[in-house]
Design a protein around this ligand. Sequence first.
Ligand code: MG
Length: 410
Amino acid sequence: MRGARHVKNAAIVVAAGSGTRAAGKDAAVPKQYRPLAGRMVLAHCLEAFSAHPAISDILVVIRPGDEPLYEEAVRGLQARLLPPVHGGATRQQSVLNGLRALSALHPDTVLIHDAARPFITIATISDILARLDHVPGAIAATPLSDTLKRGADGLVAQTIDRTGLWCAQTPQGFRYCEILAAHEAAAAAGRSDFSDDAAIAEWRGLRVALVDSPAANWKITKADDFARAEAQMRQSHAEEIARAPMGESRAATGFDVHAFEAGDHVTLCGVKIPHTHGLRGHSDADAPLHALTDALLGTIGAGDIGDHFPPSDPQWRGADSGIFLKHARDLIARRGGRIVNVDITILAERPRIAPHRDAMRARVAELLGIGVDRVGLKATTTEGLGFTGRREGLASLATATVFLPFEPGG
Ligand code: MG
């Protein structure tokens, strides 16, 4: 992963084309919205970017009127998506619209990707981000392998030396300020003939690095490309499963209680909820996050939250419990583990959890770097019984399942 935590890397996925060359039998549907191995081509692209831990925000540029198709493509996707923006008459204009739409976010870098390349890998995204530490631009490209001929009247006029020739792909990554300035300058100069963003960067004298990317990251162009794309997508899924390391699933539980005290809000799963009371605790008293931290620590036999963050240590006074959860997450990641799912139950008469449930799940998913569909959250009263029933405090249970690869010799 690139750089310090404050670095923001955004992605623009350009999906504003009408895709007429690839229209084929679904003439009305642009290629980026056509199904490929069970989901839309665009959804495959968005999945790759959203799965990358260093990409903080994703913006899709769409054709005006394609909103219903876009909504269908992103339905159920756990991606950090900004609202889509409309493209322009040319790809160049569409990218510029996307870049301008990111101005409030002002990311450090932006990766620009064509929606018709669904085979983009997380490794290529990482390689591009890594190069952007050293150069203002870095593009996915693959060395040319075919011999090039210049033709004239149906005959070979010349064989072109392919030494040093590369086929440009996307993503093309840039430092945000510099590519925005280059695009604005191109627009101001009335230039609309650039075939990719790197060409605009080059025109402005920016250095652009070539990042060796698999030829498999090809662009769906014609209608009959879909059969090949379908076969490739199925093959890569099969390989992914075969590559998964041997390992084991482990489950563990956690439990935590905090008492109510005077106050006007409680913090549950990192979400501030207005309430007639607060919760007493050394940290922010986020009982569900404490229970979940214990559950995660339990999967690797790593003790409990108090071992890692002693209540006697003043530095955790009022601390955001997200810190504790991220620590447990990182310990699992260091073992090569993957969090499969987590599930939380909150026991409380009040406050009502339901109105905040989606925000709480989203926050837990964000803290753990997993999809929201892997975060369960329920709340129940205890029918007026016990300390929760008497509204003296609230309790939380959590379970976690992780997948841990077997350690060599372990
Ligand atoms: Mg606690």
